[in-house]
Design a protein around this ligand. Structure first.
Ligand code: SF4
Length: 680
């Protein structure tokens, strides 16, 4: 291992919380070694998959309380008996030989050496408190992800921000999904994907934008294939993806001309009167100014910008007009771009103006990526305060403080730095201590080389992960071994707002602990454990979050227990309870979409048309960098930085051995590049 950290002297400042010894002597209190008691030794239990945002249900087969195999759940409304290769292999990474089993601490020889929890947690608190006392409140930050359970995210965000005084923390919330979140908040009044997966099967026109479902969301693609209406499938993508090949129409537009494309389609729909005037009048604001704006996007000008001929634009607009149930879906091709908010809203505008929202088979539908990206968006205390609330709103702060039984002054008045600002903070020397939980930025950050250099500049880097072998963990000063999916309890929220349960069906190896248990230990050692004494286990946190969600659009106060979720096959929010704790019958349907009543979440109940002139590409091709690089998922058999999926020989076999690029055939000929050449 080659790590060039400068060695720092230890501070003498090492206050330890009052419950330390007691808790260390009671590992069961942290959920160590516990298999859920209600399970029979040989039985099958259900839980949701922990890779992608589809949120498939899996039957886990147990022998003597330990998972030995799994099969896709036939009775779960998401996947209906299907699973992708990752789901089938979900248990394999748990038994990988490189699992972390003990805390590791970097020693004077710059080597990560075996430690123990007591030493590790004392070191954690000593070093971070020392940095904080010497460099102020901006000097510490945490980075996390949408791969953890909602309860763990809520604990981490609350512990860091309310308990430890760490102002800055982020996960995927202000990274890959930020644009979709902002687009929904501005258009609908809340971060609210409106759809249910059944819409894939009920549309007669499906528009997929920057979304390669065949590879990135294979079970959603299977839902499309089950559609009995023989839908028109329109794929908008500069690449000839697997999904584009299967489409009835592929709009292979020039990269980043999508905003002009959707304004151009709006222009044609408006010019031909192919709009739902009644819906626009009763349920939206600002259509007149949008129509005036869209008038400038003539088919001819849009054809020149996008490379899509004017007559094709007319044909696509006509298909949308003639569709009875048109659904628009987008994912990272839209989200991860310099004007992603406006592109998402240009898609929302099309759904609003044609009245394709709130009905079966319709919607302006953002598909997310990670298994709990939706939980992270609402409950991680990063982009918003717990429950989709607002850090700057005094009433929201009061509600959260009272629910936790803490002083309102502990709650920050803003969301703190976003992911990229935290990276900037390390670069500028402001951030000196970083806690990385369940994620691998040394691989996933857009500039890997710079990220690794920045991590090395930190005074203290703590990495909490299943494996000490990830690119990020190898740079750590302190590594904390974490349990993975299947080794802990909690809930995940999938793309269609469905809350599903994960369970402990396998023992974590060695001294590895559930992230929640680690957070509770940190709280005790830091000296703020009492603040979170109401949160004794995952389910108690879940009940607390359910109460906190009351009155919010994501209200799920009608869910009282994990077993209720289990029996229902997951429950989509909203699922509100009235004052007597009863839930209205209409919420009991297993597939529910939002806005069926035409009521959106802005104060006047109306959605907004939002728009802005397209901006020039910030980094256009030039002589030195003549190509545009578009990234995309290359296989359905690997997940993100492959920390888990690469452990499976089956998944390795099913995916390309090397990363690869595809280049345009004309460029290939000009550069004399042939198939399987190595390019730099
Ligand atoms: Fe389903 Fe996604 Fe898991 Fe595959 S990875 S089984 S699509 S949840």
């Amino acid at each position: 291992m080659s790590v060039t950290h400068s060695r720092r002297s230890l501070s003498l400042y090492s206050p330890i919380g009052p419950y330390t010894e007691e808790l260390l002597q009671q590992p069961a209190k942290f959920g160590l070694g516990m298999i859920p008691e209600r399970l029979q030794p040989d039985a099958t239990t259900n839980m949701v998959c922990g890779f992608c945002s589809t949120g498939c249900g899996l039957h886990i087969h147990l022998r003597e309380g330990q998972a030995i195999n799994l099969t896709p759940a036939t009775n779960y409304p998401v996947n209906l008996g299907m699973a992708c290769p990752k789901g089938w292999e979900a248990l394999t990474p748990l038994s990988a030989p490189d699992r972390g089993t003990v805390p590791l601490l970097r020693d004077g020889d710059d080597q990560l050496k075996r430690s123990d929890w007591d030493t590790a947690l004392r070191e954690f608190c000593t070093r971070f408190k020392d940095i904080q006392s010497r460099h102020g409140e901006d000097s510490l930050a945490f980075l996390s992800t949408g791969q953890m359970a909602t309860e763990e995210m809520a604990y981490l965000g609350s512990l860091a921000k309310f308990g430890m005084g760490i102002r800055h923390g982020d996960g995927n919330t202000r990274q890959c999904m930020a644009t979709a979140v902002v687009a929904y908040k501005q258009s609908f009044g809340f971060d609210a994907p409106p759809y249910t997966y059944e819409d894939f099967e009920q549309s007669d026109v499906i528009v997929l934008v920057g979304a390669n479902l065949c590879i990135a969301h294979p079970i959603m693609w299977q839902r499309v294939l089950r559609n009995p209406n023989h839908p028109e499938i329109i794929v908008v993508d500069p690449r000839v993806t697997e999904t584009a090949v299967a489409a009835s129409e592929h709009l292979q537009l020039k990269p980043k001309s999508d905003l002009a494309l959707f304004y151009g389609l709006a222009h044609i729909l408006i010019a031909n009167g192919w709009i739902d005037e009644s819906f626009i009048e009763n349920h939206t604001n600002d259509f007149a100014s949008f129509a005036k704006f869209a008038a400038d996007f003539s088919p001819e000008s849009v054809a020149a910008t996008t490379g899509i001929p004017a007559n094709t634009l007319l044909k696509i607009a006509k298909i949308i007009h003639e569709g009875k149930r048109v659904s628009f879906w987008w994912t990272m091709g839209v989200n991860q771009s310099y004007e992603g908010v406006r592109v998402a809203q240009s898609i929302v505008n099309l759904a609003l103006m044609t009245g394709n929202i709130g009905r079966p088979g319709t919607g302006a539908n953002s598909i997310t990526g990670q298994c709990n990206a939706m939980g992270s968006r609402l409950f991680s205390n990063t982009t918003s305060l717990l429950g989709g609330r607002d850090f700057s709103n005094p009433r929201d702060r009061e509600d959260v403080a009272s629910q936790l039984g803490i002083d309102e002054s502990r709650i920050p008045r803003d969301a703190g730095w976003a992911y990229d600002e935290i990276i900037d903070g390390i670069r500028s020397g402001k951030v000196k201590g970083l806690w990385v939980v369940c994620t691998n930025p040394a691989h996933s950050w857009i500039d890997q080389a710079e990220c690794r250099d920045l991590l090395d500049r930190l005074d203290f880097l703590v990495v909490q992960d299943m494996y000490p072998t990830t690119e990020t963990a190898r740079a750590a000063d302190l590594y904390l071994p974490a349990a993975g999916w299947g080794e802990k309890n909690g809930t995940l929220i999938n793309s269609e707002r469905r809350i599903g349960v994960i369970k402990k069906v396998s023992r974590a190896p060695g001294q590895a602990m559930a992230d929640l248990s680690i957070f509770r230990m940190v709280a005790e050692y830091w000296g703020c454990g009492k603040m979170f004494e109401r949160w004794t286990d995952a389910e108690s946190i879940f009940r607390s979050l359910a109460t906190l969600s009351k009155g919010q659009p994501c209200d799920f106060s009608g869910i009282k227990s994990y077993s209720q979720l289990d029996q229902a096959g997951g429950i989509q929010w909203p699922f509100p309870a009235d004052d007597d704790g009863d839930v209205d019958d209409r919420y009991h349907a297993s597939q529910r979409r939002l806005f069926g009543d035409g009521q959106f979440f802005h104060a006047d109940g109306k959605a907004k048309f939002l728009f802005e002139s397209p901006c020039p590409m910030p980094e256009p091709p030039c002589d030195e960098y003549p190509f545009l690089l578009l990234t995309g998922r290359g296989t359905a058999s690997q997940w993100h930085t492959r920390t888990r999926t690469q452990k499976s020989p089956v998944l390795r076999q099913l995916s390309p051995a090397e990363i690869y690029v595809e280049i345009h055939p004309d460029d290939a000929v000009r550069l004399c590049v042939t198939q399987n050449d190595v390019v730099h």
